[in-house]
Design a protein around this ligand. Structure first.
Ligand SMILES: NC(=O)c1ccc[n+]([C@@H]2O[C@H](COP(=O)([O-])OP(=O)(O)OC[C@H]3O[C@@H](n4cnc5c(N)ncnc54)[C@H](O)[C@@H]3O)[C@@H](O)[C@H]2O)c1
Length: 310
């Protein structure tokens, strides 16, 4: 019998990480997690058979030891988001840059051959085209964008120097089960929170700006494909390849909840881009990835989950 493959998932208790863990377990992988629970939740892993290590990825000994016997590292642990990085740029870089180096050193020491990295469209900064391909200029304009880009470059450099390969997935807007509402939240949990509490949804600008939302279950599949596809080192933009206006998003969420709260329009925020969509051709051609969950279907599941967990 073939031995099960072994994964180390950093940030495995987080929103996306916990969905990746669940998918890997369904594929009969053995899963070890390192997470310091700074923004993740142990409850996200309830009932799952995993080896959970509560630790900071910057703890060299624990991180290096955790790499022992691992086939693929899925690296999701990070200080996440533009605003958080503006509030604490030191924590942002020490987690996202130094933490990534610590992990790469562990991989090198223990001969781990593959890493799948959760990168971000934030590495592009201000967007210059509507559909964003991999070669879009990289003008990261926040500490977060810079640290995610630095980590990506560090992984590519290690893969060039040492015997390992790395696939960097640059996520656009991800939503779905286990995405909680919090101070740094994304638009979908924020809208869900406003709608369920009977408050108006706040829209910045005229609401006709567009975004590409991809369901976290599709992202979990993308991670698996990135680990197993017959490709070497590379970077891939990851979204649904479709976009929707913020007005339409609010309409769908109100329709699905059956709660119609007011839409309140406020001044457009300076850093907000008008249109944004991932060009997913490369991920499709080389990894075999295609988002399969429609926004309405995914939002329906999310709203049920949010209602049960709010
Ligand atoms: N959510 C999105 O739309 C999105 C978009 C682009 C990229 N990403 C990337 O995806 C990854 C996962 O993001 P998420 O949305 O699930 O966020 P999240 O905050 O839910 O997950 C991050 C996890 O990392 C853990 N963590 C943070 N610092 C750590 C440290 N020093 N040591 C160990 N664990 C640590 C947290 O406790 C948490 O469980 C991140 O790398 C993020 O940059 C997310």
């Amino acid at each position: 019998m073939m031995n099960n493959r072994k994964a180390l998932v950093t940030g495995g208790a987080g929103f996306i990480g916990s969905n990746v863990v669940r998918y890997l377990l369904n594929k009969d992988w053995e899963v070890r997690i390192i997470d310091n629970l700074s923004s993740g939740y142990k409850e996200n892993l309830d009932g799952l058979n995993v080896d959970f290590i509560e630790s900071d990825i910057n703890d060299a000994k624990i991180t290096h030891d955790a790499c022992k016997g691992i086939d693929v590292v899925f690296h999701l642990a990070a200080c996440v988001g533009r605003q958080k990085s503006l509030d604490d740029p030191i924590l942002d870089s020490s987690t996202n840059v130094m933490g990534t180096i610590q992990l790469l050193e562990g991989m090198r020491k223990h001969g781990v051959k593959r890493i799948v990295y959760s990168s971000s469209a934030a590495i592009f900064g201000e967007l210059e085209t509507q559909s964003i391909a991999e070669d879009h200029p990289q003008n990261a304009d926040s500490p977060y964008g810079v640290s995610k880009l630095a980590a990506e470059k560090m992984i590519l450099a290690y893969c060039g120097i040492y015997e390992m390969t790395g696939v960097c997935l640059r996520y656009f807007n991800i939503y779905g089960v286990n995405q909680r509402y919090d101070f740094y939240g994304n638009v979908i949990p924020i809208f869900a929170n406003r709608i369920f509490s009977g408050n108006p949804v706040t829209i910045y600008g005229d609401g006709d700006q567009t975004r590409d939302f991809v369901n976290v279950k599709d992202v979990a599949i993308a991670n698996y494909l990135a680990a197993t596809a017959d490709v070497g080192t590379g970077v891939y933009n990851l979204g649904s390849g479709e976009s929707i206006t913020i007005n339409k998003l609010a309409d769908i969420m109100q329709e699905l909840t059956g709660i119609n709260t007011e839409k309140r329009y406020e001044l457009q925020r300076p850093a907000d881009v008008r249109h944004c969509k991932a060009d997913t051709n490369k991920a499709n051609n080389e990894l075999g990835f295609k988002a399969s969950i429609s926004l309405v279907e995914g939002l329906k599941e999310y709203i049920e989950w949010f209602n049960d967990n709010k």
